[in-house]
Design a protein around this ligand. Structure first.
Ligand code: ATP
Ligand code: MG
Length: 425
């Protein structure tokens, strides 16, 4: 075949689509129960928005972002994450002047030029939530609770929730020199990425997955031991609230994130037996971000959840996805004269909320019935010239193998009772 979906992307086919739609419905319902409102920023933004917020030297901006110049000469980027756009919208539309926190949820395609593998794509979809305008440990706990509850409600088991505090710029001013001191004697032995991290984002030295770097991570000083009292109090407050909500969390003292805007609380939810592509939910606080984008100093916190990884993990746990529901009724006209009445019947059924379509084409009744079977339809409604004269349709229940004549003007009511569209889902 000449054309294929671009590498790292895939077509969401009907069976996968309905699974995803159910996941999204659950996530949205839980988010709205907690007062988060839907938002959808555009798919592309001024590239600079992401450069400033995610950070010029991060993998996402430096290696993964899809940047292009449009015909007017503007430098745009396909969104590589959701938070920056939502914060931009918060500022642009004056949400700062409304009750705080402003709370949003979204479902957005995300674009990153990554090395494609299972659970890692160049286009993926995130469900996300953001709460902007309040710095209160109880809000951190609410956001984390939402992420946790969604994974629970969709039926994922054996998950772990890890939290950490990465402090803010002031905390790090005290911590980073000590951290560098620990790694300095080993610079030669670290991987090339880590040698760069040493300069640009030293906290990420703790997070390198290379086996050869691991020995130098153990015994490294931890930010947790270098937080100022206010920062420590916030972190302890988050833990107390999570305990009160009976959310089981672990302290992952080397958890850092790959985006520059994070401060204080960071968290991830991953399967207990997971590998590196396993993180399903990831998020944290971003108290400096709104100010960085030109607003007044405004705190915020949020998370993103990869829907593909959510679905993969459900599957891995043996939760067989329900296939897309077949249409309940197939109306089969027999002979040219029956087509008009049959198509009216199909339309009447749809008006009454019963899924129905015509059996098209010039095929024998036997072939049409075989086709009906293949589609998974529950009922075949046969309308032939003989039936027309008698004012009836043959209603064949394909599941039970029964068939009987039903007056044409009673068919809709009969099927509405037997096969409302939602029944077969
Ligand atoms: P990773 O460490 O796996 O690269 P990340 O830190 O880059 O993840 P975030 O930017 O925090 O991920 O994105 C939030 C969530 O989105 C992740 O936890 C994951 O579920 C999902 N995700 C991120 N990148 C991809 C991708 N390339 N393909 C599929 N899902 C992804
Ligand atoms: Mg990544």
């Amino acid at each position: 075949m000449k054309y294929q979906a671009p590498r790292g992307t895939h077509d969401v086919l009907p069976d996968e689509f309905v699974v995803r739609r159910d996941l999204v419905a659950t996530a949205e319902r839980l988010a709205e129960l907690a007062g988060y409102q839907p938002i959808e920023p555009p798919t592309f933004e001024d590239a600079d928005l992401f450069v400033r917020s995610v950070g010029a030297g991060t993998d996402i901006v430096e290696k993964e972002m899809y940047v292009f110049e449009d015909r007017g000469g503007d430098r745009l980027a396909l969104r590589p994450e959701g938070t920056a756009s939502v914060c931009r919208a918060y500022l642009q539309h004056g949400f700062a002047n409304r009750p705080q926190p402003a709370k949003f949820h979204y479902v957005l395609p995300i674009f990153r030029y990554e090395r494609p593998q299972a659970g890692r794509y160049r286009q993926h979809t995130q469900f996300g939530a953001e709460a902007i305008g309040v710095r209160d440990p109880a809000l951190d706990a609410e956001v984390i609770e939402l992420g946790w509850r969604i994974t629970e409600e969709v039926g994922l088991r054996d998950l772990r929730l890890g939290i950490n505090s990465i402090g803010d710029a002031e905390d790090r001013a005290g911590y980073v020199p000590v951290l560098r001191e620990h790694f300095a004697p080993h610079l030669e032995a670290l991987c090339a990425d880590c040698r760069q991290r040493y300069q640009r984002a030293p906290m990420r030295l703790l997070d390198c997955k290379q086996e050869s770097c691991r020995p130098y991570q153990s015994g490294a000083p931890l930010i947790r031991d270098h937080l100022r009292p206010e920062s420590r109090a916030h972190y302890e407050g988050v833990q107390e609230r999570l305990q009160a909500l009976a959310i089981p969390f672990e302290e992952w003292s080397t958890l850092v994130r790959g985006l520059d805007y994070y401060t204080h609380t960071v968290f991830e939810i991953a399967p207990a037996n997971g590998g590196s592509q396993a993180t399903i939910v990831a998020g944290g606080r971003y108290d400096g971000l709104i100010e960085l984008l030109g607003g007044r100093p405004t705190p915020g916190i949020g998370f993103g959840m990869g829907l593909e990884r959510l679905a993969l993990n459900l599957q891995a746990q043996g939760q067989a996805p329900e296939p897309a529901a077949p249409l309940p009724a197939l109306v089969i006209p027999v002979g040219a004269e029956a087509v008009t009445r049959a198509s009216q019947l199909a339309a009447d059924l749809r008006r009454a909320g019963v899924g129905a379509t015509l059996a098209f084409g010039d095929r024998s009744l036997k072939a049409q019935l075989r086709h009906a079977d293949h589609t998974g339809a529950r009922f075949a409604l046969i309308v032939g010239e003989r039936e027309l004269r008698a004012g009836v349709a043959e209603v064949r229940d394909l599941r039970r193998g029964e068939q009987r004549s039903v007056a044409l003007d009673a068919v809709v009511e009969e099927l509405r009772r037997a096969a409302p569209y939602t029944e077969s889902k």
